[in-house]
Design a protein around this ligand. Sequence first.
Ligand code: TYD
Length: 217
Amino acid sequence: MSIIPNFVVFEGGDGSGTSTQMEILRRRFTASPPAPKGKPRCKLHSTVEPTDGPVGKLIRQALGGKLPLQPETLARLFSADRQEHLYGPGGIAEHCAQGELVVCDRYVLSSLVYQGITCKEDLPMLLNRDFPGPGLLFFFDLDPDIAVKRLENRPEKEIFEYRDFQVQVRLLYRELLPWYAGEGVRTVSIDASQSPEKVAADVWRELEKMPILKGEI
Ligand code: TYD
C-alpha cells in the first residue's frame, strides 16, 4: 500500500467524537498555526467523508433512510465518492502535494468496517485496495453504550446508529487496525470516553511527532 505521509485520518464508531476533534484541531490551527523550525507555517486542510459532492449527497440520503439501497450499492458509492475526494479538483492528493497537513474525518477503514459488516469483507476490500493509506490514523475507541447515549441527543438518526451495529463496528475496527498498521499506516488508539479536551491533547501529542510538523518534509 502506498502511504501519503502528510495525510491523517480520524476513525471510530458513530458518536466517537471525530467531528468534535476536527473542530478543535481547526481552531488550534487558526489560533496559532504551527511553524516548524526554518519552514513556513503549516497549513491545515480538513475534510470529511462522505463528501458534500454529488455522490456524497446521494450517500447522505441513503444514510438518512430516505433512499433505500442495496448494501453493495452503498459500498460502491462510498468508494466512488472517495475516488473523487482523493483525485478530483481541490481533492486530498492536490492538498497533500502542496505540502499541507490534510486531515480527513473517515476514510478507507470506515468502508472496510461498516460495509464489511453489511456486505461481508471481500467487496469493500476489492473496492478500496488501490487507495493510498494515511501516514497516521487515529482510532477513537468508545464503548457503544456511551456512544449510543451521545447519539440520542442528535435530531436525526442514521441507518447505522443503533447499539448492536455499533458493537460490531467496534469489534471490526479493533480487528482491522493491526492489519492496517502492518500495511505501513501508523495507527493510534485513543480513549474517546475522556473529555474532548483530553482527547484533543492526546491527538496533538501524536500529531506533533509527524515529519511535516517537525519541519522534516
Ligand atoms: P459520520 O461521520 O458519523 O456522519 P454524521 O456526522 O452525520 O454522524 O459518518 C456518516 C456515516 O457513514 C457513519 O455511520 C459511517 C458511515 N460510513 C460508511 O459506512 N462507510 C464509509 O466509507 C464512510 C466514509 C462512512
